[in-house]
Design a protein around this ligand. Structure first.
Ligand code: UGA
Length: 437
């Protein structure tokens, strides 16, 4: 199948490379010249495990190329729209500028029988509006909505072997044709019996935001329990293990800590709230505001704990921050709780030195006022307190006895409840977890 992928960010670059790897002929298009030049030379503009290998192999096969010229989409039969939908400045709603621009730019290049496939996370109602635009031009092309559920850090695997496929398609013959085209594209996943839900536009759009809202709620639920554990002396990690044994609840996404961040969960729950309010049903998802508040309170809690744990005033106190990315195996610092904690501590006057295996460059671009080190050893040296905020294996594997020889005061705030508290205490550390005695 000849495919174009409009937007080559985290989602589009992975999608374009993976589709070419699956045997399709793909052109990835983006307005960012630097990004396109890098991808064309086999360099990934962000850290994503497994992507460099797939990108290199797909480029070598001759089935993948990149361009900044939208006219290159002409000739492809299926056009994936994979541009970002960030939070609008000064509002909770999603900014649809890039989606609208991508579809409008595509319109002159569409041919009869072409399928435009929305992958971006959008407010419910967007697909119907875009389908109207495509219909108005009278090219005989149609639209489908095919939400993406990939996780950063596992993006390649999630794209090639997704845990489900969702197609939102129009009624009638256009819908049938869209299903056939998508089935051809995802032939390997279909052959592997991947569950497939064929539905209407609104359901497909809502599946994506509902899934992210559920995940965010699950994390904030356990973080709310963490707050109760903190005032009652309970241990939230044991509580999570115990309730997680109930298969109806499940243990995954019940890790209490500094909370969720990234380019998806936070902005998606806000955009969902904004859209529900527009539709006159704000009360239905009003709880998501609470989910958001609980989540942001956890960042403050880590900052407060650090202030309390230091055996001296925070001003000029040396604080080592382990972690900057919003989660391990990613260099993404969008709405990162880790970076936020580092910035807040710096704002209180602490002498913050932060490290991360992948996210220093992105952090520095946003917060040049922070000090960074690529070395764990240098970061720990002389610290009055250590704050772990991203659970990279490199940090989990730190030997507490070795670390104790480097710091000024062996005090650790484990913002991800990821360390073995007993082991750290045995090595002489004062250990603080979240929601743990
Ligand atoms: C999320 C969803 O998991 C994907 O299914 C979805 O496709 C994607 O958003 C998207 O909309 O594109 P991602 O943003 O990569 O994926 O990150 P997650 O793995 O969901 O983690 C989100 C945040 O929750 C991270 O900051 C993580 O540290 C935090 N988290 C996760 C917790 O605090 N506790 C947990 O138990 C699990």
């Amino acid at each position: 199948m000849r495919i174009s992928v409009i937007g080559c960010g985290y989602l589009g670059a992975v999608h374009a490379s993976a589709m070419a790897e699956l045997g399709h002929e793909v052109v990835g298009i983006d307005v960012d010249e630097v990004k396109i030049a890098a991808l064309g030379e086999g360099r990934t503009p962000f850290f994503e495990p497994g992507l460099p290998e797939v990108l290199t192999s797909a480029l070598a096969s001759g089935r993948l190329r990149f361009s900044t010229d939208i006219a290159e989409a002409a000739g492809a039969e299926v056009h994936f729209v994979a541009v970002g939908t960030p939070q609008k400045k000064g509002s909770n709603a999603a900014d649809l500028t890039y989606v609208d621009a991508a579809v409008e730019a595509l319109l002159p290049h569409l041919n009869a029988g072409d399928l435009v496939v929305g992958k971006s996370t959008v407010p419910v109602g967007t697909a119907a509006r875009l389908a109207g635009l495509i219909e108005d031009v009278g090219t005989g092309a149609s639209l489908a909505w095919n939400p993406e559920f990939l996780r950063e850090g596992f993006a390649v695997q999630d794209t090639i072997s997704p845990d489900r496929l969702v197609y939102g398609v129009p009624a009638g013959a256009a819908g049938e044709r869209a299903v056939a085209q998508l089935n051809e594209i995802y032939a390997s996943a279909i052959a592997a019996d991947t569950p497939l839900v064929v539905t209407d536009f609104a359901t497909a759009e809502l599946v994506k935001v509902a899934a992210n809202a559920f995940l965010a709620t699950k994390i904030s639920f356990i973080n709310a329990m963490s707050e109760i554990a903190e005032v009652s002396g309970a241990d939230v990690t044991q509580l999570a293990d115990a309730i997680g044994y109930d298969a109806r609840i499940g243990r995954r996404f019940l890790n209490a800590g500094v909370g969720f961040g990234g380019g998806c969960l936070p902005k998606d729950i806000r955009a969902f709230t904004a859209r529900a309010e527009e539709l006159g049903r704000g009360e239905s998802v009003a709880f998501l505001k609470e989910v958001d508040s609980i989540n942001l309170r956890r960042r403050q809690r880590v900052v407060d704990l650090t202030v309390t744990a230091l055996n001296r005033p925070i001003f000029n106190a040396k604080v080592a921050v382990l972690g900057l990315s919003f989660k391990p195996h990613s260099d993404d610092v969008r709405d990162s709780p880790a970076l936020d904690v580092a910035v807040q501590l710096r704002g209180l006057g602490a002498d913050v030195l932060a490290t991360d295996p992948q996210a220093i460059e992105n952090s520095r671009a946003r917060h040049p006022q922070l000090s960074y080190s690529t070395e764990i050893e240098e970061t720990l040296r002389g610290a009055g307190a250590v704050v772990l905020v991203t659970e990279w294996p490199e940090f989990r594997d730190i030997d507490p006895a070795w670390a104790a020889t480097l710091v000024e005061t062996p005090t650790i705030i484990d913002g991800r409840n990821t360390l073995d508290a007993a082991k750290w205490r045995a090595a002489g550390w004062t250990y603080y977890g979240l929601g743990r005695p």
